[in-house]
Design a protein around this ligand. Structure first.
Ligand code: FES
Ligand code: FES
Length: 82
């Protein structure tokens, strides 16, 4: 199992639109954070789909360690593993 890369120390605020699907980058390697750009192909990680049920601002996890992927749950505030 490939470990995800910590893409950011903070989450990404995104204005999502009701009815749209978003593919969150779970591997941390995308150049288009927080979304997948296909870079996970060198890993065994796959993106996670987020389906917006309403139009609003959501906070996508950037550290890739959230317990509530693809959304931030505050885990990024813990110090990263040395
Ligand atoms: Fe990270 Fe696709 S580029 S999951
Ligand atoms: Fe990953 Fe907050 S950015 S838990």
């Amino acid at each position: 199992m490939t470990a995800p890369v910590r893409a950011s120390d903070t989450p990404f605020a995104v204005d999502v639109q009701q009815g749209k699907d978003y593919w969150w980058c779970a591997c941390g390697r995308s150049a288009n954070q927080p979304f997948c750009d296909g870079s996970h192909k060198v890993t065994d990680i796959t993106p996670i789909k987020y389906s917006a049920t309403e139009s609003k601002t959501v906070w996508f996890c950037g550290c890739k360690a959230s317990g509530n992927k693809p959304l931030c749950d505050g885990t990024h505030k813990k110090a990263p593993a040395p």
